[in-house]
Design a protein. Structure first.
Length: 434
């Protein structure tokens, strides 16, 4: 009954605050995180009045529920990424994606190497900062561009194309990072080579299964009479991919993502695919995602603001500058005008669920407890990363709306129609999933 009480409180709080955020023009994710932060403040100051909530961070049942939140969020993220879109991405989009990933990654690692205290996990902590700053949450930008009628413009299309490539590059980076976190220590050169081999082996197996076995199995599903077997097939595939990932010393989130990635429309018939997609989306965004984001917020404290304000400001600055320059400069050099180039940088600056998932994995792996005692910066690192994610996500819609204030949303050279494109099922379902 205690778990039901906790879920009731979390869902009421996250959905209410999330709705307020949406009405203020922000992603629901921001409101759900803030709901968790508010609950964390209440528990910290009035824990005796809410003993069940006070024990929440150490509850194994709640940990299992948040694990399912990670699982379904990454599965949903994979479903929303269309593999064939990679082939359509222009060379310009690829260069922008690489720049938008590489510069914040380098800045994050540099900040970590500069400010973090010496320890056996210092390199892993610096890599974590770099990875957290490098990830892009393009659905936030897509939602804003769609509402402004600028999704089907040169800048809008380029942001989406670059973000698709960015997602794949981020996945490779996250596979390496989570594998390092799973080991629990800083690997030497030989261990890194072994790790790289395991990652390569996993992706080779996953691609072969997804490319050849998925379509064959999908063709057999239609003959089965079991109710909702297509939904079960997707979940079973995701579980199998997740188990294989853990067997090769990676986090299960990689497996869930890849299962969604390879579950494309030609795996089963289109009507059934849309039905399965809708059910996964409803389960994810209606239940698991709000609970997971609330759990992230509950762990956030004001330590980053009080104990290490300069470090927090440096992270926000590095995250923003990394995306604005790393993505914006290649866009400008490719021939875009200054405003659209800046829009590309701003559009790539939002963070989302993937960054928060990595922060949660790092927290559970004990990455923020070394050295012992950890010191002000390491102790506040988790909260600083979450606050950075919230700040940059808030900045994206504000920045894009300011940049295009008073302008014609449909320049003649870009316009495809006189009205913004309708939201697809994917657009509606994934406002915060990556």
């Amino acid at each position: 009954m205690e778990v039901l009480y906790v879920l009731l409180v979390l869902l009421v709080a996250t959905r209410l605050v999330g709705e307020v955020a949406v009405r203020l023009g922000q992603p629901a994710l921001v409101g759900e995180l803030l709901a968790g932060v508010l609950l964390g403040i209440v528990v910290t100051n009035h824990g005796a009045a809410f003993p069940v909530l006070a024990e929440l961070p150490d509850d194994p049942v709640f940990d299992a529920i948040t694990d399912l939140g990670i699982f379904f969020l990454m599965l949903m993220a994979g479903l929303d990424l269309r593999p064939w879109k990679l082939a359509e991405a222009s060379g310009r989009a690829i260069v922008i994606a690489v720049g938008g990933l590489a510069l914040p990654l380098a800045l994050g690692i540099g900040v970590g190497g500069w400010l973090l205290p010496a320890s056996e996990l210092r390199s892993a902590q610096a890599l974590f900062i770099g990875a957290a700053l490098a990830v892009t949450a393009v659905p936030v930008s897509v939602g804003v561009l769609l509402s402004m009628g600028r999704l089907d413009t040169s800048a809008g299309r380029l942001i989406v194309s670059a973000a698709i490539v960015d997602d794949v590059l981020s996945l490779l980076l996250l596979a390496i990072l989570t594998a390092v976190l799973q080991t629990g220590h800083q690997p030497d050169t030989a261990a890194l080579l072994t790790l790289a081999g395991r990652v390569a082996l996993y992706f080779a197996i996953a691609i072969l299964i997804g490319r050849f076995l998925f379509p064959w199995l999908g063709g057999k599903i239609g003959a089965l009479r079991g109710h909702e077997f297509e939904f079960s097939f997707l979940i079973l595939a995701a579980l199998a991919y997740a188990v294989l990932a853990e067997a090769l010393s990676m986090h299960f989130l990689i497996g869930a993502f890849l299962a969604g990635l390879f579950f494309v429309r030609n795996t089963i018939d289109e009507e059934t695919y849309d039905d399965v997609f809708g059910k996964v989306s409803a389960l994810t965004h209606g239940f698991f995602a709000p609970v997971f984001f609330a759990s992230i917020g509950i762990h956030v404290s004001g330590e980053a603001l009080i104990q290490a304000p300069a470090f927090l400001a440096t992270l926000v600055l590095a995250a923003t500058a990394g995306k604005l320059l790393g993505a914006g400069i290649p866009a400008r050099l490719s021939g875009m005008d200054a405003r659209d180039s800046l829009a590309v940088g701003i559009g790539m600056n939002a963070r989302g669920a993937v960054e928060l998932i990595v922060a949660d994995v790092a927290l559970r792996a004990g990455l923020f407890s070394v050295p012992d005692p950890p010191g002000a910066i390491v102790a506040s690192l988790y909260s600083a990363i979450v606050i950075t994610a919230i700040t940059t996500t808030l900045f994206t819609p504000i920045g894009l709306k300011w940049l295009y204030r008073g302008s014609d949303p449909f320049p003649d050279d870009d316009a495809q129609s006189a009205a913004p494109p309708p939201a697809t099922k994917s657009d509606r379902a994934v406002d915060v999933s990556t």
